[in-house]
Each structure stands twice: as structure tokens, then as C-alpha cells.
Design a protein around this ligand. Sequence first.
Ligand SMILES: NC(=O)c1ccc[n+]([C@@H]2O[C@H](COP(=O)([O-])OP(=O)(O)OC[C@H]3O[C@@H](n4cnc5c(N)ncnc54)[C@H](OP(=O)(O)O)[C@@H]3O)[C@@H](O)[C@H]2O)c1
Length: 331
Amino acid sequence: MSEKKLGWGVLSTSNIGRIAVNPAIQASSNGELLAVASRDEDKAQAFAADLKIPTSYGSYEALLDDERIQAVYNPLPNSLHKEWTIKAAERGKHILCEKPLALNAAECREMEAAAASNGVKLLEAFMYRFHPRTEKVLEMIRGGALGELRQIRSTFTFPLDRPKDIRWDAGLGGGALMDVGCYCVNVSRTMAGREPVEVMAMANFLEGGVDKQMAGTLRFEDGMLAHFDCSLTMERSEVYHIQGNDGHVRVQNAYLPGIEQAVIEQFDVENELTTLFVDGADEYRLMVEHFADSVLNGSPLRYSADEAALNMKVIEALYKSARTEGEIVEV
Ligand SMILES: NC(=O)c1ccc[n+]([C@@H]2O[C@H](COP(=O)([O-])OP(=O)(O)OC[C@H]3O[C@@H](n4cnc5c(N)ncnc54)[C@H](OP(=O)(O)O)[C@@H]3O)[C@@H](O)[C@H]2O)c1
């Protein structure tokens, strides 16, 4: 890895930046967090003081004008991902953008094109993919440990008790599928290693259009099914199961395993359990280090913006199905 450090700037005083990504950049071996911007100058200053970020700006534009900043972390509400990612790309900044990358696949494609035409990197911040346990599960599947894949089941639910949260606002790109179901879609496609051909879903929508709960199914060409559920109004649960004709694995605390030792439960065809242990890690730090390494050394990103657009395409199809009471929708 290079001795050089990537100069980062962060758009907004977001909660996820505060608790996870900004500290990960600060702890990273190949990056430094130079500045934060907020729509409100006082907020930016207080945030910078709390997190020991050397520079603060009272507008996102001002941060983009800072020539020391090579990469931008974009954790704005989902409806603003496209606008500020494209603005950053046009200023020659590389962008790590929060999940889901945008509101739909067409927006993802515009962002991808802006990054390509300005010669900058763009990565969707699905951090769980950088945890060594996720990599281990992928390696097991690709190595044939489960035989031929038949079914994937995944869940991501939690109780969102902040009434003013961006996730309750359809205009900001809120909703259970957008916020947490997107992980289920992502883990299903990533583990399957291919794209679904059709989907169906049912959801409970609130007045205003946000889904507070959804259950859905993805069908793949060879008949493999991936079903999932997500919610903003239930107790926390994060799990996925991957079943093949030679056994299955169950992965609990699926997306945020944390830095403690992580577990994979592997069951054979007789349902005999073997528990595998994987070292814990800060998946946010591994993600920002991977991104910075790719920028500094020109190595390819493990996940492309095209891949993010495909995830969004499935999410769009699921919303279409849920709005028609479970009609089957082609992806
Ligand atoms: N990868 C993960 O683990 C993870 C976890 C949680 C969230 N996320 C993603 O991160 C993003 C932010 O989520 P969050 O929970 O951190 O949200 P949040 O705390 O509400 O932060 C969003 C920030 O956007 C800025 N903003 C600009 N226009 C806004 C508007 N019209 N309404 C509200 N805020 C506005 C605000 O900062 P200023 O006032 O400072 O400008 C606000 O602090 C989302 O895309 C979400 O899906 C990812």
C-alpha cells in the first residue's frame, strides 16, 4: 500500500458519518479527514470540533471548492445522492456515496457516467461486503461448500423511533426497502453471483408513500429463489441463510457484525452444525481503505457503479410489485 494519504471531505453532519464513517477515515492507514461541510455553518463548526476535523464549511459547495480534497464521502439523504455526487465528480473529486446509491437505476447510471467522464472513482458504501466474514461466506459458496444454490433468505428490521428521521420522508428517498431492504437485495444478488429475472413483493405503506414493512421474492433464471423481509417498525433482526443442495449457512448480525469475532453457522445435509469463527474487523475502515487504495494506486474497485445500478433496478421492480399488491414484475 502507498505511503500517500487520500484527502477526504465529508458532506453534512450526518449521523452515520459521526458514529462510523468519519472515525473510520480518521483511523484509516491511507486517508485523512480534512474537512466537513453542513448547510449550517455553526453546525459544521461544532461537528468539526467534536470529531477533531481541521476545517469546516457552511456550504457543500465551499467544500467542493477546497482543492486539497481529493475524495468526498456523501452521506446525504438518498434523494440528494445524485446531485452532490455529480457535482463532486465535476470538480474532479472521487466519491464514496452512501447506500442506496440513488433513487433509481437511471440516476445511478447518470452518476456512473459523470464519474467516468471526469475520471473519478465512485463506490456505493455497502460496508458489510468488506467484512472478512462476508468474504469468507462468498469464498465458501464459490468453492462449492454448499453445492448448487437453491434458496437465500434474508432479513433486516429495526425499530425507528425518531419521528423526524429522513427514513420517514418519501421525498427524501425514505422507506424500509430503501433503507434496510436494500441490504437484503444486495446480499441475495452478491451471494447468488447473478441477477434475478423477476420479483414480487407486498408492503405496508404509510400515508405519504413510505413503506414501513416489505416482504418480497426474487426469482433467478435457474429457479433459485431469494426471499426477504425488512421493516422500520420491528425489533432489530439481521440475518441471512443460504441454502444449497449440500447444506446451508446461517449468518446472524449479518450486516453489522462489529469488531468482535464473527460467526458462520454451517449445516450439512443432515442438519449437523459446524460453527466457524472469523476475526472481527471495522468494516467501515476496510471499505474506506479499499476505496483510498483504489484512488491512490489505480487498482480496481471491488464493486462498480454498474453493480449499484443493478441493485437499484431490483429495488425499483420490488416497489412496482408492492404497489400493485404483489404482481410479478420483470427486472
Ligand atoms: N452504511 C451504513 O451503515 C449506513 C447507516 C445509516 C445510514 N446510511 C445512509 O447514510 C445516509 C444518511 O443517513 P443518516 O441516518 O446518517 O442521516 P442523517 O443523520 O439525517 O444525515 C443526513 C444529513 O444530510 C444533510 N441534509 C441535507 N439536506 C437535508 C434535508 N433536506 N433533510 C435532512 N437532512 C439533510 C444534513 O446535514 P447538514 O444539516 O449538516 O447539512 C443531515 O445531517 C443515507 O443515505 C442512509 O441510507 C448508511
